[in-house]
Design a protein around this ligand. Structure first.
Ligand code: ZN
Length: 427
C-alpha cells in the first residue's frame, strides 16, 4: 500500500461533473493500484510518501505521437499539408531504433510533466517492456495510413500487439486510423471488421483542416464524420481528434453516438488550421478530452499548458469568458480522458485508479495559494516543471529519487537522435 500523507490540497473532479478542493488530507492506494481512502488516514505497514503539495488526478493526454519528440522544432512554420509532406518524407526513412528513442524521450517528458496516461498514435516497434519499465499507462497500436504503409503489415502488427499485451495493466491496444483522407475505402472497411473482431476503440484524426473536408467531400460526397458513420466507425468507443471544421449535422451524429471528442488547441493554432472546435456544443452533449498532439506540431507534452491554451482559445473563439472554465479544462485533462478509454480513473476518490500528480506548493509561480484559487492556479499558472511526484497505479514513478536519472537518460537519447537527424537531413 502507498500512503500519500498530508497533501496541502487535493483538487479533484467529482462524480457529478464538478471539481472539489479538500484541505490537509492523505490518500491511501492499495497494492493493486486502486484508491482506498481519502481523508484523515493512517495505517501501519504502508509505504509513506510525504505529499506536502497539491494533489490532482494524473493527467490523461488523449492524443499524441510520443516518438515525434525527434521532430520537435524542425518544421515550425508550415500549414498541415506542407508540414505532412516534409514529415512523411522523413518518416519513410525512420528505423525502429530511432522510433524507440523518440518514444522513450516522449515517455520521460510525459512522466516529468505529471501525465499518467497517454493515447498514442504512431508506428512503434515493440514498446511493451519500455512502458512497463517507466510505469505509465499507454494506449497504442500501429497506424493505418495507406500512403505510408501496407495495411496488411499494420493489421499483422496490431494482432501481435493484442496478444502481446493481454496481461499488461499499463499498456493497452487501440485501433489507430490516421484519418479518412489518408486511407482507401478498402482500408476503412477492413478497419471496421478489425474493430468488431478485436473489440478495440478507434482513435482517428478528423476534420482538422478545410482542405481535408474538401478532399473527403470530393471522394465520397460526404463530410468526414459522415464518412466514419457510413463505414460503421462511429460509436461510443470512437475517439475523434481535432473536429475543427464540422457541420451541425456532424455534431448531431457525434452527440447521438456518444463518441469522445479530443481538443488539441496548441497544435491547431500552431498549424494555423483556423478551425473552430465547438466546445460548448460538445461539452453539453458528449465526452470531451484534451491532448497535446505530437511534439512535431504541439511542441510540448505539457498538459498544464494545454489546459490553459484550451481555455484561452475557446474564450477567444466564442467571445465569451464563460465558454470554457478552468474546472471544465481540468475535467477534460483528467476524468474525461480516462472515460474515453473506459477506465475508472481521473478522480481522487475511493474505487478510482491510483493515479495522482503532486505539484510543489512552494513554487512562487502558483502562490499565494489558497482554497479559493487553487483550481484556477493549476490551470492558469502551473506547468509541468512544478510536478513533484507522479503516482501511477499506486507506484511512485517520478520524484526526487529518479529525477536526475531521467534527465541524464533524456540527454543520452537526445544526443543519439541528433546524430541520426544530422545524417538524415544531410543525406
Ligand atoms: Zn495528431
Amino acid at each position: 500500500m502507498l500512503l500519500l500523507r498530508d497533501c496541502r490540497y487535493v483538487v479533484t473532479p467529482t462524480e457529478d461533473g464538478d471539481v472539489k478542493v479538500l484541505e490537509g488530507v492523505s490518500i491511501l492506494i492499495s497494492d493493486d493500484g486502486v484508491i482506498q481512502q481519502v481523508g484523515d488516514v493512517d495505517v501501519n505497514g504502508a509505504e509513506v510518501v510525504k505529499c506536502d503539495g497539491v494533489a490532482i488526478p494524473g493527467l490523461f493526454n488523449a492524443h499524441t505521437h510520443l516518438a515525434m519528440t525527434m521532430f520537435r522544432g524542425l518544421v515550425s512554420d508550415h500549414e498541415l499539408e506542407d508540414w505532412l509532406n516534409v514529415i512523411w518524407g522523413m518518416e519513410k526513412r525512420l528505423t525502429s531504433d530511432v522510433i524507440l528513442k523518440g518514444f522513450e524521450l516522449g515517455l520521460i517528458e510525459s512522466i516529468m510533466n505529471g501525465t499518467s496516461a497517454v493515447l498514442d498514435m504512431y508506428f512503434n516497434p515493440d514498446v511493451v517492456d519500455l512502458v512497463e519499465r517507466y510505469g505509465i499507462r499507454v494506449f497504442e497500436g500501429p497506424t493505418f495510413i495507406d500512403n505510408l504503409r501496407d495495411p496488411k503489415l499494420t493489421e499483422n502488427e496490431l494482432r501481435n500487439l493484442v496478444s502481446r499485451v493481454r496481461d499488461s495493466k499499463l499498456i493497452k491496444p487501440i485501433l489507430n486510423l490516421h484519418s479518412v483522407y489518408a486511407n482507401s475505402e478498402d482500408t476503412l472497411m477492413r478497419v471496421r471488421e478489425l474493430k468488431e473482431e478485436l473489440n478495440l476503440r478507434l482513435h482517428t484524426h478528423v476534420s482538422e483542416t478545410r482542405r481535408e473536408v474538401y478532399t473527403v467531400r470530393g471522394r465520397y460526397g460526404l463530410y468526414p464524420v459522415e464518412v466514419l458513420s457510413k463505414f460503421g466507425l462511429l460509436d461510443s468507443s470512437t475517439i475523434l481528434v481535432h473536429l475543427g471544421w464540422v457541420t451541425n449535422w456532424e455534431l448531431e451524429l457525434i452527440v447521438r453516438t456518444q463518441a469522445t471528442a479530443v481538443h488539441c488547441p496548441s497544435s491547431n493554432m500552431k498549424l494555423a488550421t483556423a478551425g473552430f472546435f465547438p466546445i460548448k456544443e460538445l461539452l453539453k452533449g458528449t465526452n470531451v478530452a484534451l491532448g497535446t498532439d505530437g511534439p512535431g506540431t504541439g511542441d510540448s507534452l505539457d498538459m498544464f499548458k494545454e489546459m490553459r491554451m484550451a481555455v484561452l482559445l475557446q474564450r477567444n473563439n466564442y467571445w465569451d469568458a464563460k465558454a470554457l472554465t478552468a474546472k471544465e479544462a481540468l475535467l477534460m485533462a483528467t476524468v474525461n480522458g480516462y472515460r474515453s478509454v473506459g477506465l475508472r480513473g481521473g478522480l481522487i476518490a475511493p474505487g478510482y485508479l491510483g493515479d495522482v500528480t503532486v505539484l510543489d506548493v512552494k513554487d512562487p509561480r502558483i502562490n499565494p495559494l489558497n482554497k479559493l484559487n487553487v483550481a484556477n492556479n493549476i490551470v492558469y499558472s502551473s506547468n509541468g516543471g512544478m510536478v513533484k511526484y507522479l503516482v501511477v497505479n499506486g507506484k511512485v514513478v517520478y520524484g526526487s529519487h529518479n529525477r536526475e536519472e531521467l534527465i541524464e537518460r533524456a540527454l543520452v537519447i537526445s544526443r543519439e537522435l541528433n546524430e541520426y537527424l544530422r545524417g538524415m537531413l544531410n543525406g
